[in-house]
Design a protein around this ligand. Sequence first.
Ligand SMILES: C[S@@+](CC[C@H](N)C(=O)[O-])C[C@H]1O[C@@H](n2cnc3c(N)ncnc32)[C@H](O)[C@@H]1O
Length: 351
Amino acid sequence: MPPKTRLFVILTGEHPHLPFAELRGILEACGLSASAELAAPQVAIVDASDAELTVTSIVDRAAYSRYVAKLIYFGSTANLPERLGDLIKDVEWPEISGSFKVMAVRIGGSSKEISGTQLEAAMGGEILKISPNLRVDLMNPEHIVLVALSGGKVFVGLLMGTIDRSKFLSREIPRRPFSHPVSMRPKLARAMVNLGRVRPGDVMLDPFVGAGGIALEALEVGAFVLGCDIDEKIVWGAEQNLTYYGFKESFRLWVCDALNLGLEGTVDSIVTDPPYGRASSSRRVDPKKLIFRFLEKSLDLLKPGGYLTMAAPREFGVDDFVERVGYELVEVVDYREHKRLTRRIVVARLR
Ligand SMILES: C[S@@+](CC[C@H](N)C(=O)[O-])C[C@H]1O[C@@H](n2cnc3c(N)ncnc32)[C@H](O)[C@@H]1O
């Protein structure tokens, strides 16, 4: 087996669990033999068999990650920056040439006694001592040495990828031709698709497709989407949205009741955000009953080993129910929307 490359990923601080759970989902969805562990707040270490593919997959798919770097060193921040010279001499420094700069990222107010700018300058100086062929270019460097300070630890690495989270802006709800308030925002929808381990070429079903927030993100990662909704106008709107973003033949939408989909065969995954009986209507059916009845039916819709990912109000207890009907619970993430709504995102695998 080829040796694994150690990477570190800086996650966003938008949620305590979702970014790392999303990262694990991406690694599994992309079939990467990589293990991930949380080494400090917002910093995950990933041991990857194929470093380039791992970096590309994270950069292309993640909504809640910021940077991916090849790990050179990690340890305590004690006596930094005085210890930098020894630290750099002791590590196996990558053979790079051309220009570089050091970029320091402080996470959660960690190691405030160390100034980021001083750290960048001191580290740059030490690197130049051991690699005299390198030169500093702050504006347009060929290499970026990433230094992250988190939870009393310092992580040093060579930046391999930056996640462009602005790509989600163009799909924000008000920017879509059919803008519907109950639709899911693109970053959360993308995280749902990643938690659901949706792979390119998979057939993903959203039985409560609404305006197509989840469908759009699944299409973006290369899935074929089947989407249904009970509301004809909403299905028309979802169609406008998916077409507007350039998708034509990789989806099928239709009007129907999620309890009576009329589907032949099974799908690879189900990712969905059903009505909660608040902003989006469940047509006078008790939303919890509707969701539970759908969950029972979902057992016949999914391929064995397929994943079901659902967001619902925490108090509905979808996590307990999926286990009771025979799913294996994989992930539970609570996402506080506002004072009166915490969504519980449940990921379950059909045995
Ligand atoms: C929360 S919204 C889905 C939002 C969607 N995830 C999005 O991002 O646009 C729930 C949707 O379920 C639909 N719905 C309600 N009862 C249904 C049923 N029995 N079968 C199918 N769809 C239903 C509603 O019309 C609504 O569009």
